[in-house]
Design a protein around this ligand. Structure first.
Ligand code: SAM
Length: 285
């Protein structure tokens, strides 16, 4: 018996769906809307890499859907078996159904539903934090996903989403994280709650501001934990949040651009703040 024949899901363990009008598929399609994601506390992740990343990090899986065309792929079959063992409903679907769920042409051959996971800022263990990132009302899902991915890459210990932000569990944001949404602890809190929490945080709080008086490279980032605060794409950091910072840093610019893109500015800051921790062999350390 070949490996993949052995791993192939057995009939009876897999539900076959061929119509996008099937109620199970309708429920999955509804997850493109935030109100349903919030109500159910779940979200969609696409692609085998993301789904295996999530399972490796013990995220709770509810549903696993694979394309009929992927039936002979041993990795898909193995992941389907893992999902089933974890208690998920396993569905085999045709391409039309896969497109309907993800609302795009050329969908990935695997889609899964996971439970959302939020951490509580009030119970944060400060001794375990290195660099935290706070985002003031981030609006763009692509920016948020890119920032989560970058925060993961530098080994940041968590992201605080402050005020009315875009949803990190939207399809677009999850896609842009490339799996890092499963690796970085996420916190959400209103501005006032954040300001209350900030009083208990004894590390340095560095905000970035186009009027910042300090060149970001002149700040000493050796003492942990630290918190980096980034402003909204249109309005920058609110006055209240700017006032809560120990330092307001600016990234120098030449040329005509009036500011950097939020995700780019966050990347520049995170790499500077983690400069002493990142070496080429850091993954094996
Ligand atoms: N119109 C906004 C303003 O006046 O602040 C521009 C906001 S900018 C697109 C989004 C965020 O990126 C800013 O709030 C800040 O956190 C960061 N940022 C962008 N360029 C920056 C720079 N040169 N120095 C410091 N922060 C910067």
């Amino acid at each position: 018996m070949t490996q993949h024949t052995h791993n192939k899901p057995k009939s009876g363990q897999v539900k076959e769906i061929t119509s996008a009008a099937n109620p199970v598929i309708k429920d999955l399609r509804a997850l493109s809307q935030k109100k349903y994601r919030d109500r159910e506390g779940i979200f969609l992740a696409e692609g085998l890499k993301l789904v295996t990343d999530a399972l490796d990090l013990d995220w709770v899986i509810r549903t696993f859907v694979f394309a009929r065309t992927a039936l002979d792929n041993p990795l898909v079959a193995k992941t389907a078996a893992r999902a089933r063992a974890a208690g998920a409903l396993v569905i085999e679907a045709n391409n039309k159904v896969m497109e309907a769920i993800t609302r795009r042409d050329n969908p990935q051959n695997v889609i899964a539903v996971f439970e959302q996971r939020w951490c509580k800022a009030e119970t944060m263990d400060f001794a375990r934090q290195t660099l935290l990132l706070g985002l003031d009302r981030v609006r763009d899902p692509g920016n948020l996903g890119t920032i989560i991915r970058t925060a993961d890459a530098v080994g940041a210990s968590g992201i605080l989403l402050i005020g009315d932000t875009t949803d990190p569990f939207s399809l677009e944001a999850v896609r842009a994280t490339r799996g890092s949404v499963f690796a970085v602890p996420l916190y959400r809190l209103g501005e006032q709650k954040f300001l209350d929490w900030r009083r208990s945080f004894s590390g340095m709080v560095v905000g970035t501001h186009l009027q910042g008086a300090v060149d970001y490279r002149q700040i000493d980032y050796k003492k942990e934990p630290m918190l980096l605060l980034m402003g909204n794409e249109q309005q920058g950091l609110s006055d209240n949040l700017a006032a809560a910072c120990d330092r307001l840093a600016r990234i120098p610019q030449a040329g005509q651009a009036d500011s950097l893109n939020l995700a780019v500015a966050t990347g520049v800051m995170l790499y500077e703040m983690r400069r002493n921790h990142l070496t080429l062999d850091v993954r094996s350390a």
